[in-house]
Design a protein around this ligand. Sequence first.
Ligand SMILES: Cc1ncc(COP(=O)(O)O)c(C=O)c1O
Length: 397
Amino acid sequence: MTLTSTTAVIAASPPVGGRLLDLPPSGTMAIGAVVRGLRSEGVNVISLGGGMAEPDAPWLRDPIQFPADRNVGSDPAGEADLRAALAAKLGRDLGLAYDPATEIVVTTGGKQAVLPILLSVIEPGDEVLVLDPCWVTYAPAVQLAGGVARCVPMRYDGGFRLDADALAARVTSKTRAMILNSPHNPTGRVFTTEELVAASSVACANNLWVLSDESFEKFVFDGHRHLSIAALDGMRDRTAVIQSFSKGFALPGARVGYLAAPEPLCRSVTRFNEHVTTCVSPLMQSVALAALKDEAEWSDLLLAHYREKRDVAHEALARVPGLRFTPAEGGFYAFVDITAHGISSKEFTARLLETARVAVTAGTAFGDGGEGYVRINLVGPISDIQEGLRRMHEALA
Ligand SMILES: Cc1ncc(COP(=O)(O)O)c(C=O)c1O
C-alpha cells in the first residue's frame, strides 16, 4: 500500500489561532528571560527584576514530605487535610469561617485561581475593573475569559491610593467584578480600612464580585495591617479571597495557591481543575501542609528578613540621584519614581541593564499608570540588593 493522497500535500502546519498569542507577554517574565540570556553568555547581571527567595523554604529539603501514597492524581479541589488547615488559617487571620469541604479550592499558585474565577463570574463582553498599575496577569486573564478589562487609575497624592470614586465612575451595566490586590504589587501599598470600605460600597451598590488577591498578606510593615475586603460588611459572599504559598512561605516553585469563596464559585472553579489541571501536585500539597504547621515561626523570620532588605534598599535608594519613592508599606518591592531622569521607564530599564548590568522592571509592565516608575524586587539575597543598588548609584551619579 502506498501512503499517498489524491489531494495536494500542504507542507506547512495548520494555523494557530490568536486567542492566546493575542495576549500581551508577561512583562515580569520577559525580564527574567533577558537575565537568563545574558547570564548564559557569561555576563554578570544582578537581577532585581525577580529572583530566588532568600531565606529559602526549608520544607522542600525534607524527603519525608514526599510520601509515596501521594503519587496519585486526587481531589480537584485539593487534599482534605490541606483544605482543613487552610480553613483554620483563614479563621485565624481574617476572622472568617469557610467550610473546608465546599468553600476552599487549592490551585496551581495564586495565578491559576484568577482565570477560572473570571470564567465563573463573567460572560463574554462583560467588564471587570482592574487597577492601574496592577499585577501583570489580571487584564490578560479577563481578556482570555472573554471579558473587557476596564483600567481604574490609582490616585496619586504622595502615594498611590485606591480610589473608590474612580472605581464607581467606570461601572457600566456590563460590569460584573473588580480585582483588588493588597498588599499591592507593584506600588507596595497596603490598603487602609477606609479605602477598602469605600471600594466595598461600590461593589455592594453595583452587585459586583470582588477578586481579592492577598498573595502578599504576610508582608506588612511599620504598623500597617492586612485587612481582607471579604471581612467587611456584606462582602464575604461576593468575594473570592486568593492567597498563595509562593510569597509568604517562599515556595514559588511548589506552585500551591488557593481561593476561599462561596460554594457555587468553588464548585465552578473545581470543574475547571477537573478538566484542566486534575489537581495541584499532591506531593506539593503535603509540602504546603508542612509549611502551614510552621507558619507562626516562619512568618516572623521571613518578615524580619524582608523588613531588613526593604530598609537597606530604602537607605541606598535615598542616596541615588534623581530617584524618589514612598516607603513600601507591604510586599517586597520598591516602586521608584525615575521621572527626574527625563526618559521613559522602558528606556531607563534598558539603559540600566546596558550600562550597570542591573535588571529592574519598567513600571509600564504594570499598566500605563506605571510610566515614570521602575519596580525593584527585593526578594533575593541582601548582598545582591546592595550590589545592584551600588551599581545603580554609580551609573546614575
Ligand atoms: C499580586 C500577585 N498575585 C499573585 C501572584 C502569583 O503568584 P503564584 O502563582 O506564584 O502564587 C503574584 C506573583 O508575582 C503576584 O505578584
